[in-house]
Each structure stands twice: as C-alpha cells, then as structure tokens.
Ligand binder design. Structure first.
Ligand code: NAD
Length: 322
C-alpha cells in the first residue's frame, strides 16, 4: 500500500509526509520543485515530474503500487493567479485533471484534494459551513472550485472516492524544528511578521479599515500538523464512505493581523515596526471556519489549536533556519 503525495516537497505536503513517516505508512512523493524544496525529499522515495504532462505521470508512476492519492501540488499565490491566469489554469486545473485521469486508468480509488477557503469568496455568514455558497473572487479560488467540480463529476461516473479539504490559513511548523514554512516569495502573515522581527525590518499591514475591532483582517489559523493529520483521517474515512465529500479545515477561532503581530512581539520579546499600507482588493474582512463536520465525521482532533502554539512553533523553525 503506497500513498502518492503530490507536492510533498512543499510546505503542507512535507508535513503530511512527516506524519506518514511517524505512522510508518509507505508513500512516494511526486513534485516538480517549482515552489518545493529538494532538501525536503532527501532520503525519501520521490519522483521528479510535472503534473502538467500526462506522459511524465504515466511513465514515472505506472509501475508503482499506488493505492491512494493525496494531491497537494499547485501554485497558490492569489495575486499571481490574477496576473498569470493561463499558467495557473494549466498548473492547478489541467494538472489535476491529468492526475485524476491517471487515478481512473490505474483504478486508484481514493483521492484527497487540497482545496481552499478561497472557494467561498466574500462570506455571507461566519463561521463558514461547507454548504455556504461558493463564489470565488480570484482565479486561484475559481481554479480550486473547478477541480472540486471535476472530481465530483468523476466520482459520480467512475469508481473514484474523493475528499476535498478546504483549508483556512495553514500556519506553524513541526515540533522537531527542522520543517516549516519556506515559500519564496513568502506571502503569508506569520512567517513574514517573524522575519521582520528577526531582521529588525518594517512590517506592512495591508489596511486597517476592515470591519473588525482593530480594523485589520481576521483569519482562522490552523496548525500545519493538525492539517496533516486530517489527510490521513480522510483516507480512513473513504474506507467506509464512498463518493464525494467536502470538509473545512480550520480552527473556528479568528485572529486579526494586529493580534498576530502582538503575539509575535510577546513571544519574541521584541518590538516590530509596523506601517499601515494599502488595503488589498478583494480581501474579506473575516474568514472563520465552522469545523463541526470534520471534527464529527473525520474524528479530527486539533492538538495545537492556540495562536501561541502555532506562532511559537513557527518562531522555533525560523530561528533554526537562520
Ligand atoms: N498554505 C496555505 O495556507 C493553503 C491554504 C489553502 C490551500 N492551500 C493549498 O494547499 C496545497 C499546498 O500548499 P503549500 O502551502 O504547501 O504550497 P507549496 O508551494 O509549499 O507546495 C506546493 C508543491 O507543489 C509542487 N508543484 C506545483 N506545481 C506542480 C506540478 N505541476 N507538478 C508537480 N509538482 C508541482 C511544488 O513544487 C511544491 O512542492 C496547494 O494546493 C495550496 O493551494 C494552501
């Protein structure tokens, strides 16, 4: 039994791989290292391939005994998705289609897909349940929804069972301190605030006129190790639940940008120079998940569910990486 982990050289995928190693479950990573890191696959079973090319998929994977697929691979910078629509469509939608086709050809039944809260667009209700309307407002969110819909169609026509996991804001790092968030460029709040503190550089907050208590955006941060565990639970869930399923992965707690900065300052015992910049177009005021369905149906347990735990794990990683 081997789990194919696409994007296993990336941030969330590498934490899932670590989770599998701890559970002694066999896997193979497939990655093109476009945003992932070669050092993260060192001494691990991996194949270098680009999911945009169906031939590369079949040539490299056809002889492996793959029993399920966990598909993290993709590009995920929202502003780039607006500027590079075609590249995002090819890399996120067409590549996923190629992978799903391979799953059908090889009769691999279980497919877990990394979706995103971006499919909801500007929420009407908070916390957001899975049955909230999906009206994505950028190409990244549209692509995620297109893949969800494709997988739903396939699961109705063919023997394919699918879980789409809609992540809120993945954050934090593994306890070992050797695995963490390392996007380039980094667009996520927590690593950028930590880097500002470590480099004594100014941190720019994108607007303070949102409809929240302190005017800065509120987001739901979920520890990357808790995200990782939900993927294995999803594979187990598909043993007894066929068809197509969607789950939110969030903590149900919201923190504003200023609250995150304040917590970093406290934990790092330093003052961060903050500048208020322009509001970003299309940023919802508040995004908070309702995770009732994942907790009850997947038996998901959030073990690192405080802002302090999330941020301190990220600080440890960034200090180690210096
Ligand atoms: N980080 C978050 O907060 C967040 C939130 C919601 C959804 N997601 C989704 O989760 C997934 C993982 O996110 P991440 O933060 O780990 O991103 P990441 O950029 O760190 O990892 C993505 C990995 O996919 C690989 N990849 C990209 N295109 C590929 C292709 N065509 N063929 C083979 N490999 C390819 C990259 O090299 C990289 O290793 C993505 O699909 C992302 O959209 C992330």
């Amino acid at each position: 039994m081997t789990i194919l982990v696409t994007g296993g050289a990336g941030y969330i995928g590498s934490h899932f791989v670590r989770h599998l190693e701890r559970k002694k479950i066999d896997f193979v990573i497939a990655d093109n290292f476009s945003t992932g890191h070669k050092k993260l696959v060192k001494n691990k079973k991996f194949v270098e391939l680009d999911l945009r090319d169906p031939k590369e998929i079949s040539v490299n994977l056809q002889d492996l005994d793959i029993t399920s697929i966990v598909h993290f691979a993709g590009l995920s910078i929202v502003s780039d998705s607006q500027k590079m629509k075609k590249e995002y469509y090819e890399n996120n939608v067409l590549a996923s289609m190629n992978l799903a086709k391979f799953a059908l050809e090889k009769k691999i039944r279980k497919f877990i897909y990394s979706s995103s809260a971006a499919v909801y667009g500007i929420p009407e209700d908070i916390p957001i349940k899975e049955n909230h309307p999906t009206r994505p407002i950028n190409n990244y969110g549209k692509n995620k929804l297109e893949v969800e819909n494709l997988l739903k169609d396939l699961s109705m026509e063919f023997p394919l069972d699918v879980v789409c996991l809609r992540y809120f804001n993945a954050a934090g790092a593994d306890d070992n301190g050797d695995l963490g968030e390392e996007h380039n460029p980094e667009t996520h709040l927590i690593p950028n605030v930590i880097n500002s503190a470590l480099n004594s550089s100014e941190f720019t907050v994108n607007g303070d006129t949102y409809k929240t208590n302190d005017g800065t955006c509120i987001r739901d941060y979920v520890h990357v190790n808790d995200l990782a565990s939900a993927h294995l639970l999803s594979l187990n869930f598909l043993d007894f639940n066929k068809g197509f399923h969607i789950f939110n992965l969030g903590s149900e707690k919201g923190f504003s940008v200023m609250e995150v900065i304040n917590e970093c300052q406290k934990l790092m015992k330093t003052e961060i120079k903050v500048r208020i910049g322009e509001k970003r177009e299309g940023d919802p005021d508040i995004l908070i998940a309702d995770n009732t369905k994942s907790v009850s149906k997947l038996n998901w347990k959030l073990e690192k569910n405080t802002l302090r735990t999330i941020i301190s794990s990220a600080i440890d990683y960034h200090k180690n990486a210096l």
